[in-house]
Design a protein around this ligand. Structure first.
Ligand code: SF4
Length: 522
């Protein structure tokens, strides 16, 4: 339940498929997976590997660095078929400590992989990420078949640990507390050539009582703006059209050096990068959401009007117990300013129900804020204690009560989401193609996101070429489903809708986006 939410990605976007061509790199070589798609023994390189990623975009991006480091040392990314048939020499589990029952899930997965190892003695298993950082050498004790355990700040050491484990026949563990280099300096194998993640900071200086992140990722460390911009520039030169800036609290970027305008300046600097068509970021913290960021979002044409801002609770009493430093009045003020400056803004959030001590009255306050805020969607979590966090030792709410509250809040948000989605019907949106959805080949559609980040499946007219990832389609929305939009040729033709494919975004496109209802500006 940290501030970055994994569910914001589709399955397609989360899969760590090899980039079609080398992507940009920050300060070190970009590594295209060697012979990804290899099928014979001669193309296994140092070994076929697969990275299994749990958690948020930060973890998914770390997996791109893990993949880059392995590819540089001669490992070869396994194809989907090789993964399915377990024809692998190395599996890396990049873990998340934020998820419910993270420990049990990790050891459950490792237990299943122990069986694989019995059938394939050459298989090596490595565990990285937040759970590795948290459980350290306990992993090697409970799962001695694991070859390497590496911390969030030890990605570069993975190939050496694997060699050592092979030579010594014993598990190798390397966990550092201090950040001696940013993973962004490592080689990278990007999952997507057109949409790239770029990390701007690591760690978090807050102390939310439900969150494990500060203890596993450490205090916030910001990258130098010049390094970030140069990574973005290289990524764009290699074909990226969209960049998502990543950090636990992107908008406190620069605070450590007393520069409170650093994040808005970074957004404006992104606006000057030629060829960079779309900029997104996740996640901002409400406490640090200042007017200059809203102005930069509204005034920089390639910064998308999309905001994922975690509310967590609508009760000030609960926010205090969570040690969240803003109150609901402030949250709603920010929302009002965002929507006044960008009426088309799509705002999503995270909410925890059943936090220790939450009363029905507190919960009703959350329901009230959700009614007024009219989020496009919300990631709602039932609170469950994370060992090692202060809230885990507070008095817990009865799980049945938590579940009942979840259902009521979920039903309310679903109704609001459906209403918000319907406002897109018959409007024109600009979709950047990200790839094929799971059902797209059967339905002759292509998938992408409109400027606010909403998923759109676009039907391709008879006889027209299939648009490629990174191309832009201006099209009329013919139907809103519960969590995505459809633009189908049949209905477009009947209603005089548009369908136009371009290489570049029309940043000057006048949006015929829905105007939010008055309630949205409450
Ligand atoms: S401690 Fe940091 S990462 Fe965790 S929820 Fe709070 S702000 Fe987000």
């Amino acid at each position: 339940m940290a501030c970055v939410n994994e569910d914001m990605m589709t399955l397609e976007e989360r899969s760590l498929a090899p980039a079609a061509a080398p992507a940009a790199r920050a300060d070190a070589p970009t590594v295209a997976p060697k012979d990804a798609g290899a099928t014979s023994e001669t193309t296994r390189g140092k070994g076929l590997y697969y990275v299994h990623t749990l958690g948020c975009q930060m973890n998914a991006h770390d997996s791109e660095r893990i993949s880059g480091v392995l590819a540089e040392k001669g490992y070869v990314l396994a194809t989907e078929d090789q993964v399915k048939s377990k024809d692998l020499d190395l599996i890396v589990l990049n873990t998340c400590a934020v998820r419910e029952n993270a420990t049990e899930r990790m050891y459950g997965t490792l237990g299943q992989w122990a069986n694989l190892k019995r059938h394939n003695p050459r298989l090596q298993i490595a565990v990285g990420g937040c759970m590795a950082q948290k459980d350290r050498d306990r992993i090697a004790k409970r799962a001695p078949w694991v070859d390497a355990v590496f911390g969030t700040k030890n990605i570069a050491s993975l190939p050496g640990l694997l060699d050592e484990a092979r030579n010594q026949h014993t598990s190798q563990v390397e966990i550092s507390e201090d950040l001696s280099y940013f993973p962004s300096q490592l080689p990278v194998t990007r999952a997507s050539r057109t949409s790239a993640w770029v990390s701007i900071s690591m760690g978090c200086n807050n102390t939310c009582t439900f969150c494990i992140v500060p203890s596993v990722r450490g205090r916030e460390r910001d990258r130098r703006p010049g390094d970030i911009l140069s990574e973005i520039q290289r990524t764009v030169s290699a074909g990226a059209k969209e960049v998502t800036l990543l950090g636990q609290n992107v908008n406190s970027f620069g605070y450590s050096t007393g520069d409170r305008m650093a994040f808005s300046r970074l957004l404006r600097a992104c606006g000057r990068i030629e060829g960079l068509e779309r900029v997104r970021f996740t996640s901002p913290h409400p406490a640090a959401f200042s007017d200059d960021v809203i102005e930069a979002m509204a005034e920089t044409p390639n910064v998308m009007h999309q905001l994922h801002m975690p509310l967590q609770s609508g009760s000030d009493r609960v926010l205090r117990a969570m040690r969240r430093s803003y109150r609901t009045k402030r949250f709603m003020e920010i929302l009002g300013k965002v929507r006044a400056a960008m009426p088309d803004a799509q705002v999503t959030t995270d909410i925890i129900v059943g936090f220790p001590g939450e009363t029905e009255e507190d919960f009703q306050e959350t329901m009230d804020v959700v009614r007024r805020a009219r989020f496009s969607s919300a990631y709602i979590f039932e609170y469950s204690p994370r060992p090692g966090t202060p809230a885990a030792s507070m008095e817990q709410v009865d799980p049945k009560v938590v579940s009942d509250r979840f259902n009521r809040l979920h039903a309310l948000q679903e109704q609001i989401t459906a209403e918000q989605m319907r406002t897109f019907e018959a409007t024109t949106v600009e979709v950047m193609v990200t790839g094929e959805g799971r059902k797209d080949s059967a339905t002759h559609r292509i998938t992408g996101r409109e400027r606010g980040g909403v998923l759109v499946h676009v039907g391709i007219p008879e006889g027209e070429a299939t648009p490629k990832p990174g191309q832009f389609i201006t099209c009329t929305v013919t139907k809103a489903a519960s969590h995505f939009l459809l633009s189908d040729p049949g209905e477009r033709a009947v209603d005089g809708g548009v369908y136009e494919v371009r290489e570049h975004s029309t940043v000057s496109l006048t949006p015929t986006m829905p105007t939010m209802s008055a309630a949205a500006h409450a």
